[in-house]
Design a protein around this ligand. Structure first.
Ligand code: NAD
Length: 216
């Protein structure tokens, strides 16, 4: 496929570029803080940058009229609404976590919450020192699945790609459900799966949870 990346020179941009290159896909467009590099119109656009680049992301999607995979975290409600508007005419895939393991964790968390009574629930997330947003988008996704007021504790440590743990504690025992991303490649693999899906998809707003369920 011919694809474009917004945030090409970042940690995720690099990982996506490496994996997509190994699979024989062609990078034909990129955009970064340093500027734009256009070779051809992409068939799919991928954004892993910052919410401050969002206006440019929309501008490029409207210009190229191609599907968008967006993994940038810390988006505002207005930005999500804008993506949903755009999804009326194009496939838009948005997720704060593109790893398969987190999809499994979300299901386990839902099940534990259903089965356990009278428990205290806490979420912790640990990420590398460069991460801009806090709490992580994934921790917010876990809270959304629980659908209740839950405390989130954030640690910023070294070079950790992403750890999330949910604790369920009562007076007799504690259950923990954890996920650890060992490298950013796991997210890039989810992005590739999403891009392959997007090329064949009809217009609509999809999450990685939808891709996980539709392509399993
Ligand atoms: P990074 O800081 O290494 O890279 C960010 C990239 O975005 C850089 O190339 C930078 O030039 C570009 N950029 C930043 N602001 C810009 C602007 N205003 N205009 C144009 N380009 C701009 O960050 P990273 O670790 O690669 O993470 C990127 C994003 O992806 C973050 O929001 C992060 O939280 C998110 N992320 C999401 C997932 C997921 O699975 N959804 C996984 C990891 C990271």
């Amino acid at each position: 496929m011919k694809y474009g990346i917004i945030g090409r020179n970042g940690r995720m941009g690099n990982e996506i570029y490496n994996l997509f290159s190994e699979k024989g896909h062609d990078l034909v467009f990129s955009y970064d803080k340093e500027g734009e590099n256009f070779l051809e119109t992409p068939e799919v656009l991928i954004d892993f940058s910052l919410p401050t680049a969002f206006e440019k992301v929309i501008e490029y999607v409207e210009k190229f009229r191609c599907p968008l995979i967006i993994g940038t975290t810390g988006l505002s409600n207005e930005q999500i609404t804008k993506l949903k508007e755009l999804s009326q005419t194009l496939p838009i895939i948005q997720s704060y976590n593109f790893s398969l393991g987190i999809q499994v964790l979300l299901r386990l968390v839902k099940l534990a919450d259903k089965l356990l009574d009278d428990v205290d629930i806490e979420i912790t997330e640990t990420h590398h020192r460069f991460k801009k947003d806090k709490p992580s988008g994934t921790a917010k996704m876990i809270k959304e699945v629980l659908n209740k007021e839950v405390n989130i504790s954030s640690l910023r440590l070294g070079n950790v790609p992403g750890d999330h743990t949910v604790y369920f504690g009562n007076l007799g025992e504690i259950i923990t459900i954890s996920h650890r991303a060992l490298s950013r490649r796991t997210f890039a693999a989810g992005v590739l799966k999403s891009a392959e899906f997007a090329l064949k998809a009809v217009a609509g707003f999809y999450t990685f949870q939808d891709i996980f369920e539709l392509t399993k």
